[in-house]
Structures are given as C-alpha cells and as structure tokens.
Design a protein around this ligand. Structure first.
Ligand code: GTP
Length: 790
C-alpha cells in the first residue's frame, strides 16, 4: 500500500480528532491537503456505490458480535473497497500511542492519479484511530461523497467501539464466572466452616465444611437464625446483644479477630472452635462471614501435651534428685531439690544465671565439654565435680547430663547429686582402715592414738585433738596423744580428775556422755582449767567419752578450737567413730598387755616369770660383755616352806609367797630384777655390781625379809631362805653355767644349815658334776634336771 510521502496523515498529530473531518491529499498535489475539493459534485453512481458500502458496513456491524475485531475490520475494508470502488481501505488503530493496522483491503494496488484521505475516529471514544482510504477517482473525496465516507468511517468506528465493549464485557463476564467458580471452589474446599449471615442473623451461606462440622445440611439451615442453630443456648443472648450493638454503634470486640469459643452441633453437643467474623457492607446492608475452625483435636492434643508437660513437671518437682535444665549454659529450670542443693528457696533468683557460676573453677572445663558435646552419650555418664552453693560454699557433686528439648530449644538436663556425705563416709572409711591396719600390725598405742587425733583434726578443719586414757582406778585421765596442742599446755594440765566441773574431758568421763563447751572463758565447767587454756589461746573444747566393751569407760577424746565454736554437726558422727576406734585400740592394748603379763609374769606374786627372767639374763650378759661389767645371779629357795602348806593350808602358803615376794622386791633397786621360778624358788639378778660385798649386802637383806614372820589370820608364819650366788664372768660366761653354779651354791647353803647364802666356789663343781646333766631349776619342785627356757 502506498501512503503519501511522510505518512503525515497517519499520525494523530495530523488527524483532526474533534470531528470526523478527513485529511485529504492528492497524488499530484503538494503536501498541503486540498480544502477546496468539497465544492466538486460527486457522480450519482459513485454516491450509490458509497451508499452500498455504507450499508455493507452496517450489515457487518450488526452481524459481528461473535467475530474477531481484525476479521470484521478486514471485511469492512473489503466492503468499502469493493462496494465503494476505492483502491484500498485501511483501518489504523492507536494503541497506547502506537499505531497498528487493524484491518486493510486493497493494499498494494497502485494507480496513477489516485488520492488518499484519512478519516480519524474521535480521541475521546474508546477506540482511537482512523479509516484511511485511497480513491481511484481524483474527486473521490469531494462533495456529497465526503459525507458518505465520513458516515462509513463513523460506522466502522462504531463497529470497533461496540466490538471492543463487547469484548470487554465478555472478559468481565468470564472473570466473574471464574471468580464465582473460584469462590465456590474455595468455599467448598475450605477446611474451615464458612457461614455467612445477614444483618437479621439469618444464615445466607453455609459451606460443605460447615455441614460436616455442625452435622446439618446447608439446605436445612439457610434462612434460619444462626444463633438458634450453631451457638450454645447459654451464649445465644450474648450473641444477639453483640450483633445488635454492632449494628447500632458499629463497634464490636468480636469482629475482625480470631477468638476461641464453644459452638453447638446439630445434635446439641458442644465443641471448641476458633472463629473469625468479618463484616461486609453491601448496598447499605451488612453481612457477616464467620470462618469457623473446629479445634477439638487441637485442644485434645494440647491437653495431652499439657498433661505430659504436667506429668514431666510433677516428676521433676517431686524428684529427690536435683534436676537442672540448661539452655546455652544458662539455668532454664531448677526443681526444688536443685534449689535446696544450691542453697536457695527462690528459683527465680537463679534462673537465667550461668550454670558455671555454681561450679568450682577447676571443674568448669569438664562441665563445658559435657554441655557442648555434639553427640551425647547413649547412657548418661556420671562424673564427680566440686560445685558451689549460692553462698559460695563448696560441695562434692556427682552429675550426669542428657540432651533434651526444652521450650523448643536444644537443652541439657543435668541430674546433680550432693555426694558430700558419701565422700565424707569414704574418707572416714579410708581413715578407719588405716587405723585398723595400724592396730593389726601391732603399732604402739600412742602412735595409733596420734593417728586418730590427726585424722580428727584433718576432718574438723582447724580443731586440735587430744586423746586421754582413764587411770586403772578410774579417778583420772592422762593424755596419751595430742599432736597439735601446745606441749606446755598438756604438761601444765597433767592428769585431769574425773568428776563434775572438771573441764570438758573430766566432765564427759564423769557423765559418760559428750560435753560441748563453746566458751571456755565463760563456761563454769572450765573453772579449774580456764586460766591455762586461755593462756594458750584455747577458746572452746568438746569432749566425747571413749568406751570399750560393755560400755566400760576407757578415756575421752577432746577437740579444742581457737575460736568460741562447736564442731560442725556433720563431724559429730565422725568423732563418735573415732572414739570407738580409740576404744578398740585401748582395749586391744589392754588385752595385749594382759596376755603379755600372763606370758611373762607370775600370776601369784606378779613378779616376772622364768621366761622373762631368761630375757633379763640374756640382756645382762650382752650388756656385761659389751661394757666389761660384772653381775651377780642369786638362786633363792625358801626353807621348810612345805610346812606352811601342810600346817596352815595352801592359802596360807600362797599368802606367804606373795608377801615375801613383795618384801624382796621392795628392798631391791629398780634396776635389779627378781623373778619367781615356781614353788618357793626365786632368781635375782644384780647388775652394776661394783664388788662382791654389795652382793652379800643384798643377800643379807633378802634373807632378812624372808625370815620376818608373815601374819596369816591369827597365825604367824615363819620361814627363812637359802641363797646361792654366781658371779659373771668369774663363775660362768653363759647363762647355763651361771645358773648351774648358783644352784650348786644354794645347795651348799642348805647343807650349811639354811637361812644363809653361799658364793659359788670351785669346790662346789663336784656337787654340780654329781647332779649332771645340769642342775637347773624349773617350776615346781626344786631339783636337778629342770632347765630354764632357751
Ligand atoms: N602354797 C603354795 N605352795 C606351793 C606352790 N608351789 C609349790 N608349793 C609347795 O612348796 C613346797 C616346796 O617344797 P620344798 O622346797 O621341797 O620343801 P621345803 O619345805 O621348802 O624344803 P626345803 O627346801 O628343803 O627347806 C612344796 O610342798 C610345794 O607343794 C604354790 O604356788 N603355793
């Protein structure tokens, strides 16, 4: 299609939009369109053709409802060209400032003297654009033809306008249908019940979910009062009042938000719902759409969860073990046992604090590695640590950690046990075993008691311990171990009398019960010892009696402090254990001493027996050999002792033996030894012998004591003694020789008339030889053939 040069007619700038006045340009003219052509008359046939074109276009307009716009415009252009005899017809449409050819016919037809005219559509109309015609005739756009052509253009414009309106209407209709379908689908598919009511409270829509939820069909409820069907009877009046208030005032607390309520099913059962009501004003009237969700299952799940949470909380609350939940190292939950363990009854004061605040710094890294472990142990592993209470005091803790979810977060649940008591008991057990081991291995009593005292001091922290033993007569206490007390104080105190008002120890022994004195300065029990104690800075003293079997009092334990205070209650049991240990040690030592006494001493006279005398003799020999000393060995046998037994009885004989033994012991030096061999025979060992005369003096004194009558009842028992003496080294270099020679000398004294003594001399060797194998004495009847123990 050929357009005039510059296409000036096709731009809206050159179109005259206010009217359908065309722009016309002749091929042979300049660019200015011809304005004078309206005066030329058009031929009747041409006008008839234009009329036919106009009618054809009108026909198209009426039958174009269902056709595509471009097709119809194409047909219109064809009709205009074919009926009107134009070379070409084109409809140009402006669309958002750009032009497009919406329909054309006859394009590409060229003729030598054609002219072209553009008939614009009004800009104010829905469709803007123009009908562009090319006429074969030079006067094709003149006179009456112009009116026809303008009419054709108007018809085409009307056609475009109608078709576009129709198209828009159809699109809107389609949208509406789609929207209704969508709404219907939403309502149907919605899991929530959607119920719409009008301002009178009547149900006007009721979706499928509502039918299921409330147990009634839409058909049954539409038109009925919402409150009569879906609201529980107890709430109906409130609902009506609320609606009335909203309609009157426009305010409501129920609308446009989600609230939980109770709804009523068709069968009358009530159930929990979550409801949101949205009011909508339509044509001056208000309708209300309620979105209702049955939350029975949710509530049940919540109840189950709440019950579970409550059970968990109950278990935690009642657990005797301390349970602590930590989130990111902070305390998130503590049960009462944990609060007690950490020394508070106000968990709120601990919540949010770092768990590390309660752990001894030396153990924090242990806890950190447990809390930050990526893979928790399958079974919680309990570890021991030192923890701290709120007041900073430390305690032994055993704890196990497990990973849990707490408040939707990863958390650690700690089970913490205060094992201070267990550790204390273990320490007591270890100490007790150490002390029992000392007893079993025969450690000396003072060492054992000293160990017990150290143990008590160690456990008590800063006390000083003393262990005292009761005297045989039960009248006083003497200190056996006091490793930490000032020596001067122990010496100054000496033996403590047992009785009321005798300090803590004397009073405890007297009362046979513990005595706690927290102020030595003011307690009347310490009146007699106060000055000494205060002089050494001792301010308090608690004492426990020590008992043996059958609650026999053996002594007492004292624990002194340099402050006015009492032992910690936790230590009292330990001290009572220690008092028992001291009792066992003391009693055992007493038993051992008794056994030792029975083994080494004569039961009648309490003098050493022949076994012990043998040890004395061996020791004397070693000393004498080492130092070049002399010593004398006496063998003493009572004369005519048998007669006492025979005449006055065995008891009288025993009495005489005891008395003479006591007297002889009394006249000897404490370094001298005297032993009873048995019967009426005794040995005496005189060491540090300067010369023989001293031995004679001792022999005379012994004879004198033996000869002094012994009173037994009304009788005076009179005996005498005969003594034989051998001297080391003159009369023998070893024990058997010395004993043999003393024995021989004693025989010589008997032979010489008794009540006298004889030193061994070589002439006695014959007697000894005659009595060989060896004239050694043993228990019982004197005579040769009985040897001392080796
Ligand atoms: N009462 C008593 N008598 C004892 C005890 N042990 C031994 N005897 C007796 O002591 C006497 C000692 O006997 P002898 O030494 O032979 O008799 P004796 O009369 O002293 O004779 P001489 O030594 O020769 O003077 C015996 O009669 C024993 O039975 C004892 O423990 N108690």
């Amino acid at each position: 299609m050929h357009f005039p040069k510059g296409n000036a007619l096709l731009t809206h700038k050159t179109m005259r939009h206010d009217t359908l006045s065309p722009s016309i340009r002749g091929t042979n003219q300049d660019d200015e369109p011809s304005r004078s052509s309206t005066s030329l008359p058009a031929s009747l046939s041409y006008l008839g053709a234009l009329g036919a074109a106009l009618r054809a276009v009108r026909r198209l307009c009426s039958g174009s409802r269902d056709q595509d716009l471009n097709t119809v415009l194409e047909q219109a252009c064809r009709a205009v060209v074919q009926e009107g005899g134009f070379a070409s017809a084109t409809v140009i449409l402006l669309d958002h400032g750009t032009s497009r050819s919406a329909g054309a016919f006859g394009a590409g037809v060229e003729c030598a003297d054609d002219c072209c005219a553009s008939f614009p559509f009004p800009l104010s109309a829905a469709a803007a654009g123009a009908l562009v015609l090319r006429a074969r005739l030079p006067d094709g756009f003149e006179g009456a033809a112009l009116g026809f052509i303008a009419e054709i253009a108007r018809e085409i414009h009307g056609l475009i306008d109608n078709m576009e309106r129709e198209s828009e209407r159809r699109a809107l209709e389609a949208d509406l249908v789609d929207s209704e379908k969508f709404t219907s689908a939403v309502l149907t598919a919605s899991l929530d019940s959607i119920v719409t009511i009008n301002a009178r409270g009547e149900i006007i829509s009721f979706n499928q979910a509502a039918e299921t939820t409330f147990g009634c069909s839409a058909q049954d409820v539409i038109g009925r009062q919402f409150s009569d069907i879906l609201i529980p009877p107890a709430l109906r009046e409130r609902h009506r009042a609320g609606m009335a208030n909203y309609l009157a005032t426009g305010t409501s607390t129920m609308l446009n938000r989600r609230v939980e309520l109770v709804a009523c099913r068709a069968d009358g059962t009530l159930f929990p719902v979550e409801i949101a009501v949205v009011p909508v004003k339509i044509e001056g009237s208000t309708i209300f759409t309620a979105f209702i969700r049955d939350i029975s299952a949710l509530k049940q799940a919540q109840t189950v969860l709440q019950n579970r949470a409550a059970r968990y909380r109950h278990l935690i609350e009642k657990s005797p073990e301390a349970i602590i939940v930590c989130c990111e190292g902070l305390l998130g939950l503590l049960n009462p046992a944990a609060c007690r363990m950490l020394g508070t009854d106000q968990p709120d004061r601990l919540l949010g604090r770092s768990v590390y605040d309660f752990v001894d710094p030396d153990f924090r890294h242990h806890l950190r590695s447990a809390l930050e472990a990526k893979v928790p142990p399958a079974v919680p592993k309990f570890v021991e640590q030192i923890w701290m209470r709120s007041d900073g005091t430390r305690f032994n803790a055993e704890l196990g950690a497990t990973h849990i979810t707490f408040n939707d977060k990863r958390a650690i649940q700690l089970v913490v046990r205060d094992i201070t008591e267990r550790k204390r008991a273990e320490a007591v057990q270890v100490g007790q075993n150490r002390i029992l081991n000392m007893m079993a291995t025969g450690a000396p009593l003072p060492e054992i008691l000293s160990e017990i005292a150290h143990f008590i001091e160690e456990r008590s922290g800063h006390g000083m311990c003393a262990i005292l033993q009761l005297s045989e007569d039960g009248g006083s206490l003497s200190c056996l171990a006091a490793p930490s007390l000032p020596e001067a104080y122990v010496d100054a105190l000496g033996d403590i009398a047992v009785g009321p008002g005798q300090g803590s120890c004397g009073t405890a022994a007297h009362r046979m019960a513990p005595v706690m004195v927290t102020s030595i300065a003011s307690d009347p029990l310490w009146q007699s010892y106060r000055e000494q104690a205060l002089l050494h800075g001792l301010m308090a003293c608690t004492s426990w009696p020590i008992f043996g079997r059958n609650r026999k009092l053996l002594g007492s334990i004292a624990l002194y402090f340099r402050e006015e205070m009492a032992p910690a209650p936790a230590d009292l049991q330990l001290f009572s254990v220690c008092a028992n240990l001291a009792g066992v040690a003391m009693e055992r030592r007493a038993s051992e001493e008794k056994i030792r006494f029975l083994a080494h001493y004569d039961g009648l006279t309490s003098l050493p027996n022949r076994f012990l005398f043998k040890e004395y003799l061996d020791l004397a020999l070693r000393n004498a050999k080492r130092h070049g000393n002399k010593f004398a060995l006496f063998f003493l046998d009572l004369d005519s002792f048998k007669e006492i037994n025979d005449e006055l009885g065995h008891d009288a004989g025993d009495h005489v033996l005891r008395e003479i033994a006591r007297r002889m012991r009394g006249v000897l030096r404490h370094t001298d030894k005297i032993a009873r061999m048995g019967g009426d025979e005794f040995y005496v060992l005189i060491e540090e012998l300067s010369d023989g005369r001293y031995a004679s003096d001792v022999a005379r004194k012994l004879l004198q004591e033996a000869a002094r009558p012994v009173r037994f009842g009304a009788a005076n028992c009179a005996v005498s003694a005969s003594i034989g003496i051998s001297i080391y080294p003159d009369d023998g270099q070893d024990a058997p020789t010395l004993l043999k020679n003393a024995d021989a000398a004693m025989y010589r004294a008997k032979e010489s008339g008794k009540n006298g003594f004889r030193f061994y001399s070589d002439d006695m060797a014959a007697v000894v030889a005659a009595n060989e194998p060896v004239a050694l004495r043993g228990p019982g009847r004197p005579g040769p053939g009985t040897a001392l123990p080796r």
